[in-house]
Design a protein. Structure first.
Length: 646
């Protein structure tokens, strides 16, 4: 069970344990819940593997909703006791207090179905990797049961868990043979993936082929169908992604930013938005809606080619806790050094009139350094806490790119009758300067100096050359190699070359999938880094232009005699005054730009590489400073340009 599912199961169990007494008749409540849930919900509960009953999930959804409502009511009470609000602000607070618990209720009550849907989509992305292990194993050892067991035991993919259950059911004699089990498995997954079903049928039929060449052709065709199906699936997702991405871009970014310039003008019609209104709208409502909608889009993405997580036990991460503590202290220090600069300059008399004290005055509002400091602090922590993992991940990716070429060289030497230690030594010399070459050299040294067997020379936890190479693809390929090397040299060498061909095909498909998604990801990244902060800076300056014009109009209206005929209402300077200070305005919009940039960066990253956390943290560390710097430059430059026009 995944980490994400664990929290839900634990929360449900804890709720029943701690708050089960609130149900007067637990037996009747349980029966009622079982009757009320749909068959789809029951199927989802079984598919996820959650050890839960329907009444436990229902009780947790009610408890979570009530707890959220109480928390929001407490926050509302504290705000009301601290200050007074206008009716409009109270209305917005009331709507949020009602909508947020209702959303929590919908999410918690539907979480099991959402999780099951996500697991199915994620498993579709696992198909080419899992099938490649089965096909590669079948090419080396034409035994279907052995191939399925190999894929189930040596893969951490969600789909591999279903294969493990399949082998368990076979051991329990639920199926009479592996052929029957595989056909049943193919029918089950055929509802979600027709090409997976066809590939499994071809793999099964290959066992009946009397000719070795025809058997290999059948297995190759099975793998081709899975790769073509995955490619088609991702291309279909990319085609469907364009319209939702435009909606995300226009409704949640362009329209809110366009409204920024109009907010000062609404004072003319009698509306007086306050700072709290701006915060609730731009720093809470719009970002939450954008995040929810982006997550909804990402739910449709088949997850493919996700790298393995790097554990903290890796030797290069021995001091990772110290690095994270250093990152936290450095980020806090940078924040406190940058954030108060605007107000410190004001205390020093505002030398050079750098800080703005009026609309379009100076070069930057005093709250701009606060936004810069907050972004710098967050980015520093994300960078230093993710770079150690990313360096290891980059080495693994580089090794995966070199690995297929090295297998060709290794396979040729093995087929010539060379001993494994000599073949590895020759390959490392040929691949000199590469990461995989160093690993092969270490394997050769282990075989020569320790007199160990090939498997231990590669995988031993204490001295194995690949003990710290966290690549499922490399590890499983080398496991197959250790099994094939016991054959005659010619057959073993040919098998290794076939493995290299498979890896080349997987890499080519992965690259084509990334290219098909490039249009969407590049648009979102450029929006997050350039367009959104640029537009936000310009519209903020326009808002100050409108504020200054209205202030001038108010001053002139104040000089008009009060008994001037023809005026339907009494107008004065107060009708044109702004209720939100320019520095508060910039602070709220700056935080909005920060949040939107983070949401769009995560969206683009999840589309491109499936939501890898290490890569996401690194992307945010690189993206957020650039977006806020562009926002700051755009704000300052626009103020200078517009200052001469008013």
């Amino acid at each position: 069970m995944s980490e994400e599912s664990n929290w839900y199961v634990r929360a449900c169990k804890t709720t029943v344990k701690q708050w089960g007494w609130t149900v007067r008749n637990p037996v009747a409540f349980s029966r009622q819940c079982e009757k009320s849930v749909s068959s789809e919900y029951r199927d989802a509960l079984i598919f996820t593997g959650f050890d839960l009953e329907a009444f436990e999930t229902v009780l947790f959804s009610y408890a979570g909703t009530v707890a959220t409502l109480i928390l929001l009511l407490g926050i509302d009470l504290l705000l009301l006791l601290s200050r007074s609000f206008e009716a409009r602000t109270l209305f917005i607070m009331g709507i949020l207090t009602f909508v947020i618990p209702l959303s929590i209720l919908c999410y918690l009550s539907e979480y099991v179905k959402i999780k099951a849907k996500f697991m199915k989509i994620s498993s579709l992305g696992d198909i080419p990797e899992i099938l490649s292990y089965i096909v590669m194993s079948m090419k080396l050892v034409p035994n279907l049961e052995h191939a399925v067991l190999f894929a189930a035991r040596n893969s951490e993919r969600p789909l591999a868990k279903d294969l493990k259950k399949l082998t368990w059911d076979l051991n329990l004699r639920i199926y009479s043979s592996m052929d029957d089990a595989l056909l049943s498995f193919a029918d089950l997954w055929g509802r979600n993936s027709e090409y997976f079903k066809r590939s499994l049928h071809l793999i099964k039929s290959s066992t009946a082929e009397p000719d070795e060449a025809q058997r290999i052709i059948t297995l190759n065709r099975a793998l081709d169908i899975s790769l073509e199906g995955t490619e088609s699936l991702m291309e279909s997702f990319a085609a469907k992604l364009k319209t939702p991405s435009y909606v995300l871009y226009s409704i949640f970014i362009l329209i809110p930013l366009a409204l920024v310039a109009l907010l000062p003008a609404v004072t003319v019609v009698g509306m007086k938005p306050e700072t709290m209104d701006l915060i609730l709208l731009y720093d809470l409502t719009f970002p939450i809606l954008a995040a929810v909608y982006s997550e909804y889009i990402l739910m449709q993405r088949p997850v493919a080619f996700i790298p393995r997580q790097i554990p903290d036990s890796h030797p290069d991460l021995s001091d990772i806790r110290k690095k994270k503590r250093f990152a936290i202290m450095l980020s806090v220090l940078v924040f406190f050094l940058i954030a108060p600069l605007g107000y410190l300059l004001l205390l020093l008399g505002n030398p050079g009139k750098i800080v703005a004290t009026a609309p379009l005055g100076g070069y930057l509002p005093p709250t701009l350094p606060l936004v810069l400091g907050l972004t710098s602090g967050i980015s520093i922590y994300l960078y230093f806490s993710s770079v150690p993992y990313k360096k290891i991940r980059d080495r693994v990716k580089e090794m995966e790119q070199e690995f297929s070429d090295s297998l060709f060289v290794l396979g040729r030497r093995i087929s010539e009758g060379k001993a494994p230690e000599e073949a590895f030594a020759y390959t490392s010399k040929t691949m000199e300067g590469s990461k995989i070459g160093k690993a092969f050299e270490e394997i050769s040294m282990n075989l020569l100096s320790m007199r160990t067997n090939l498997k231990d020379a590669i995988f031993d936890e204490d001295f194995g050359a690949f003990r710290h190479i966290y690549s499922e693809r490399i590890r499983n390929t080398m496991l197959l190699f250790t099994e094939s090397v016991h054959k005659n040299h010619e057959a073993a060498g040919a098998s290794i070359i076939k493995l290299a061909d498979h890896l080349k095909e997987l890499s080519a498909v992965e690259e084509r999938i990334r290219r098909s998604l490039y249009d969407v990801t590049s648009t979102m990244r450029s929006t997050a880094v350039i367009f959104a902060p640029l537009i936000a800076g310009i519209t903020l300056a326009l808002a100050e232009v409108i504020t200054k014009i209205l202030s001038q109009v108010g001053e002139r209206m104040n000089r008009v005699p009060a008994d001037l005929s023809g005026m339907p209402v009494e107008l004065g300077q107060g009708a044109f005054s702004q209720s939100i200070a320019p520095d508060h305005f910039l602070l709220a919009i700056g935080i909005y730009v920060l949040l939107i940039s983070a949401i769009l960066t995560r969206f683009a990253g999840s589309v491109e590489y499936g939501g890898d956390r290490v890569q996401l943290k690194y992307d945010l560390a690189c993206t957020l400073p650039l977006s806020i710097i562009i926002f700051a430059v755009s704000t300052a430059a626009s103020r200078i340009v517009f200052r001469g026009l008013v």
